[in-house]
Write a protein that binds this ligand. Structure first.
Ligand code: 5MM
Length: 344
């Protein structure tokens, strides 16, 4: 029997599970590999990602889906098995990043709009044939520094929300669940309240555009940033404040028809990303499942342990399993510092 969009979305946000964001584009994965002195080639990218997808316990127990890059969805493992089949065999769902990246807005080169709508209907049909059952599109919203209130502009918020809604409608038309990701960046010196206000604006605009486009919210997953102070802000918020303000923000903006919300980590440390998610699930009564779709906060440790050497696969897999398990505990509010230390 064919799974409906609602069924797929529910599986993506199953309790205690989250999504692995392994959809780094060529430029981003090169940056990550540079940090571990590893050349980024088709083979090293394949070997590294195969290592993650073959971490059977992590994939089976804690990872509901994996966001792939175009290259990866077409790649085969060292033994010739399609990587997509390894993901599926673990009971996890293959997903695909379909945006073409954030490009400068015309007449306003300091802000960005995400491109990639041209030919998207046909690309979705191909990705569906290749096994993708969900997708991702990320918009990037930057807050001006030094009190510069012209960023983000109305045009930036509106253009990105409109593109996200057009993308989401196309995805659903082709039987694919859209993850909508409007990311308000942590870069900058803004405080947590500024992040709260800008994120609220972006989410209000997004849900209005999704409504205009006729997008079915029960077949949609939201991937937002948390309400958090900018990295350069001198006043960093406590874990409890991040949790309180993020939950308040989401309750004000996200209809309960959305089955689940999976956060991006956005440059938080591994344990901050886990602690924040845990605090929300432990202390609040929520209308949606609240989980993770981390890239860096799930992969920094396994990348370091692997270090570009396939002899280190088991160390890389142990590091990935650990972070996946910690975030799974956080997704049910059962993570503690002690568990983190004991299991490390
Ligand atoms: C894994 O990184 C993703 C791809 O980024 P680029 O298209 O810029 O290469 C990124 O979109 C990611 O899926 C999310 O932002 C979450 O990643 P983090 O590291 O913020 O958790």
């Amino acid at each position: 029997m064919t799974e409906t969009l609602h069924d797929i979305a529910q599986r993506m946000v199953a309790r205690g599970k989250g999504i692995l964001a392994a959809d780094e584009s060529s430029g981003t994965i090169k940056k990550r590999f540079d940090a571990i002195n590893t050349e980024s080639t088709q083979t090293t990218r394949r070997d590294y990602r195969e290592m993650l997808f073959r971490t059977d316990e992590a994939m089976r127990e804690y990872i509901s889906g994996v966001i792939l890059f175009d290259e990866t969805i077409r790649q085969t493992a060292q033994d010739g098995t399609p990587l997509v089949d390894i993901i599926k065999a673990a009971g996890s769902i293959p997903g695909i990043k379909v945006d073409a990246g954030a490009k400068p807005l015309a007449l306003n080169s300091s802000e960005k709009v995400t491109e990639g709508l041209d030919g998207l209907r046909e690309r979705f049909a191909e990705y569906h044939d290749l096994g993708a059952r969900f997708s991702k599109w990320r918009a990037v919203i930057e807050i001006g520094e030094g009190g510069n209130r012209s960023m983000p502009s109305h045009n930036c918020i509106h253009a990105n929300a409109h593109a996200l809604a057009r993308y989401a409608a196309l995805a659903q038309e082709q039987g694919i669940v859209p993850i909508v990701e409007p990311e308000v960046l942590m870069d900058g010196d803004h405080d947590i309240d500024t992040c709260y206000n800008v994120t609220k604006w972006a989410l209000k605009e997004l849900f209005q555009q999704l409504y205009f486009a006729g997008v079915d919210l029960e077949g949609t997953v939201l991937k937002p940033n948390m309400a958090i102070a900018g990295k350069k802000c001198t006043k960093q918020a406590s874990v409890a404040e991040v949790a309180e303000k993020t939950v308040k923000l989401l309750k004000e903006c996200v209809p309960s028809a959305v089955p689940g919300i999976v956060f991006l980590s956005g440059g938080q440390s591994d344990t901050d990303a886990t602690a924040h998610l845990n605090a929300m699930n432990a202390a609040y009564d929520l209308p949606w499942n609240l989980s993770f779709s981390y890239g860096r906060a799930l992969q920094a440790a396994p990348q370091k342990a692997w270090g570009g050497d396939n002899n280190n696969w088991s160390a890389g897999q142990a590091a990935f399993l650990h972070r996946a398990r910690m975030n799974s505990l956080a997704a049910t509010g059962n993570w503690t510092d002690q568990v983190e230390q004991e299991a490390a």
